[in-house]
Design a binder for this molecule. Structure first.
Ligand code: AMP
Length: 280
């Protein structure tokens, strides 16, 4: 079936209201890569061939803090559209704008969103929750697919869906990586050759930490120190945060236990990369 491209919120909502089929949606900011394609594949498994897979592409200004990369964020529209077509997407929702100029209502999660990325990017998750809530209303899917690469985002969205009673099943998908372990990200294209090779340190530090945990290391401070030293040995790397947290509450742990997750954000040159790994 031909892909249907919808570029206005009103037309999207009209389409959703008429739709008789189950719908699975994949919200993105575009610059699609194999990570996004994996989410699309999982979306299809949710609705089978009779249902509708909708991908949204919207670079959401509300989730970029002032001075961040909103303007330069990649927007390869033609390539994204053909990637969606090739992946068998039914509907591409690609609005130019979805906010009213005098908007005055926002959606905020106030516990999980405060640590990690929320602490270093004030307002980020308020922007994410607000746009995702709007997209959920406009697209009205039965399920929505998100990547575990953005671990905190997934937790915050699950909480929003629970607390605001969205009738939507949220599905998390494991991170898709390059052969050398770097998590795929639309921002990887900002990296020059040297930075690209240094960027593998996020994954290497995470795996080394996991191996130390498997060997019986229980001290969070020792584990963090080992990772910190490894990352800081890369000339262009600067740690934004490096934290071992409870996988549910996202609160920092002081000793290792079940359901612990390493979460890290590292600047490589002028590019901020994130990753995470379940340790136990
Ligand atoms: P973005 O376009 O970066 O906002 O990401 C859109 C969705 O794709 C989010 O749910 C991300 O978590 C997910 N995603 C991004 N990179 C990856 C990846 N490497 N593997 C799996 N999912 C990803």
């Amino acid at each position: 079936m031909e892909i249907k491209v919808i570029d206005s919120p009103a037309a999207m909502q009209e389409h959703a209201l008429q739709r008789q089929l189950p719908c699975a949606m994949v919200p993105t900011m575009g610059a699609l890569h194999r990570g996004h394609l994996e989410l699309i594949r999982v979306a299809r498994t949710q609705v089978k061939s009779g249902g509708e897979v909708t991908v949204s592409i919207y670079v959401n200004p509300l989730q970029f803090e002032p001075g961040a990369d909103f303007e330069k964020y990649p927007r390869p529209e033609a390539a994204d559209e053909s990637a969606c077509r090739d992946a068998g997407v039914d509907v591409l929702f690609r609005p130019r704008e979805i906010y009213f100029p005098d908007r005055s209502v926002f959606v905020e999660e106030n516990v999980l969103a405060n640590s990690l990325c929320g602490a270093s990017r004030p307002g980020h998750f308020r922007g994410v929750c607000t746009v995702v809530a709007k997209l959920f209303h406009l697209v009205a899917p039965q399920s929505a697919i998100f990547g575990e690469k953005d671990y905190q985002q997934l937790a915050v969205i699950r909480r929003m869906v629970r607390d605001l009673n969205f009738a939507i099943k949220v599905i998390g998908v494991p991170t898709v990586r390059e052969a050398d372990g770097l998590a795929l990200s639309s921002r990887n294209q900002y990296l020059n050759t040297i930075e690209r090779s240094e960027a593998t340190v996020l994954r290497r530090a995470a795996l080394e930490m996991k191996a130390a945990v498997a060997d019986g290391e229980k001290s969070v401070s020792k584990l963090l120190l080992g990772a910190r030293e490894m990352i800081q040995s890369r000339p262009n790397a600067r740690i934004d945060y490096l934290s071992i947290v409870d996988g549910q509450t996202l609160q920092p742990l002081d000793s290792m236990r079940e359901d612990s997750v390493l979460a890290l954000a590292v600047w490589i040159g002028r590019t901020r990369l994130i990753d995470n790994l379940r340790l136990a």
